[in-house]
Ligand binder design. Structure first.
Ligand SMILES: O=C(NCCCCCn1ccnc1)c1cc(-c2ccc(F)cc2)cc(O)c1O
Ligand SMILES: [Mg+2]
Length: 214
């Protein structure tokens, strides 16, 4: 059957990237998306904001919801302190297989635990399966209608501590109105909006950073 866009993206990374060089993998994906086929990676503009938040938080425990091709996984993992691993959840097995290869091509496979399944099922298993107490940093980039139920799940499962940082992609486009309303009006979060654009376009989008206050 015809290849998928993520599979064509992987080919572009293998052709234009340098094995073991995360920066070259990021550049190869951005080039592919700008000159060949648009794809829903967080992209370079929002990716730079992601980089600055990860660097500021310098997290020891990290969760990403929505691996897709592993672009933001590579962006985050390349900034983590030695010995720190990030857990990333992907629902689509075909995309997960591509992401594993892109993460490995970047040389970051030892810093990433990719788990296939739905966030609703996996979040309650975090403590028992991965020995997580709480997450320092969470990047939300999966189904937009799952952001709100999943943040409530984090609270219910005791996976947040005073100072935990949640960074959400696409809060304008495609949009996550119920999530935004929740984090901006809840006394338990301090929220801040980072304006940007939908990856590789001029369409308005942005990231919402929410700090759990305990
Ligand atoms: O839907 C998105 N992501 C979730 C993909 C499925 C996640 C599966 N999964 C993983 C774990 N649990 C569930 C998304 C969409 C767009 C977009 C914007 C404009 C447009 F015209 C078309 C698309 C831009 C993004 O930046 C996105 O992130
Ligand atoms: Mg996104």
């Amino acid at each position: 059957t015809r290849s998928t866009r993520p599979q064509r993206m992987l080919k572009a990374v293998q052709k234009n990237g340098t094995k073991g060089n995360p920066e070259s993998v990021i550049s190869a994906i951005d080039y592919f998306c700008k000159h060949s086929e648009w794809a829903m990676n967080v992209g370079d503009e929002k990716g730079s904001i992601l980089d600055s938040v990860v660097t500021e938080v310098n997290p020891s425990t990290v969760l990403e919801l929505g691996t897709y091709c592993g672009y933001s996984t590579v962006r985050i993992a390349r900034l983590l302190s030695p010995g720190t691993k990030l857990i990333t959840l992907e629902f689509n097995p075909v995309n997960a297989a591509v992401a594993r290869q892109i993460i490995a091509y970047a040389g970051l496979q030892d810093k990433v635990i990719l788990v296939e399944g739905s966030s609703g099922d996996l979040i309650p298993q975090m403590k028992e399966r991965f020995g997580i107490m709480t997450f320092d940093f969470i990047f939300l980039d999966h189904w937009k209608d799952r952001y709100l139920p999943d943040i409530k799940l984090f609270e219910e499962c005791g996976l947040l501590r005073k100072g935990s940082v949640l960074l959400a992609d696409n809060v304008i486009c495609p949009g996550t109105p119920e999530y935004l309303e929740y984090v901006r009006n809840s006394p338990r979060y301090e929220s801040k909006y980072y304006p940007a654009h939908l990856e590789y376009t001029k369409v308005e989008d942005g990231l919402e950073k929410s700090v759990f206050l305990g």
